[in-house]
Design a protein around this ligand. Structure first.
Ligand code: ADP
Ligand code: 5GP
Length: 210
């Protein structure tokens, strides 16, 4: 039987390239499932309902909180963002490694609730490159870009709370690095506890001469 998947959190400043990286990872490997979040922010051009996000009103989001339908949620630059519970649970059970592409407040809540979650932080090569990518994406006003950059400076204070940092300088290399870290994480003793416990039971039985 396939073992349960790992819950993976991927964070990084707006514009670092998380979305682009996640697309590559899912294109190359079928072991991953990407959680689709709910948000109260407006869709950007090209974003699809139920694919990029579930775009909901503030009232609907607060209703989801009330009904305990979210694994975690946070407010980021004036909007709510949250992870619907059911999909994550379903996919982990199927043995998929489930990726939550979420910001730092949500990431820390996940670590608290699920100590075995793997927390990855993607960084840009420099602040200058980050600004260029954000501007180059061309999906936000200069006012929103400034707010996101200022939030990035705050978020940078929390990087040490993550398990690994990965630099997104070259897209393909970074994708492989992320995949390599996740593969390795499957082999830590805490994530192999079912096997270890079975082996212990078997060894005890041998020791008793059964
Ligand atoms: P995020 O999801 O972190 O906000 P995006 O995936 O939307 O970021 O990427 C922001 C912009 O940077 C996009 O225009 C994307 O094409 C570009 N980008 C992503 N990765 C790289 C990279 N390794 N080198 C250069 N540009 C990149
Ligand atoms: P964006 O508006 O650029 O799509 O996302 C803004 C920030 O919200 C990003 O840092 C993104 O990772 C984060 N985010 C997206 N979905 C969620 C979520 O479900 N929960 C939390 N806490 N953050 C999220």
């Amino acid at each position: 039987m396939r073992s349960r998947g790992i819950l993976i959190v991927v964070s990084g400043f707006a514009g670092t390239g998380k979305g682009t990286l996640m697309k590559k990872l899912l294109e190359y490997y079928d072991t991953y499932a990407l959680s689709v979040s709910a948000t109260t922010r407006a869709p950007r051009p090209g974003e699809e309902e139920g694919v990029s996000y579930f775009f909901v009103s503030k009232e609907k989001f607060e209703d989801m909180i009330e009904r305990d339908e979210l694994l975690e949620y946070a407010c980021y630059v004036g909007n709510y963002y949250g992870t619907p519970k059911s999909y994550v649970e379903e996919q982990l059970e199927k043995g998929k490694d489930v990726i939550l592409e979420i910001e730092i407040q949500g990431a820390l809540k996940i670590k608290e609730k699920f100590p075995d979650a793997l927390l990855l932080f993607v960084v840009p090569p420099s602040a200058e490159e980050l600004e260029e990518r954000l501007k180059g994406r061309g999906t936000e006003t200069s006012d929103v870009i400034a707010k996101r950059l200022s939030r990035a400076a705050e978020e940078a204070e929390g990087i040490e709370k993550y398990d690994y940092i990965v630099m997104n300088d070259e897209l393909e290399r970074c994708t492989e690095e992320l995949h390599g870290i996740i593969r390795a994480a499957h082999y830590t003793p805490s994530r192999k506890s079912d096997f270890i416990n079975r082996l212990r039971t078997e060894l005890k039985a041998f020791a008793k001469g059964e």
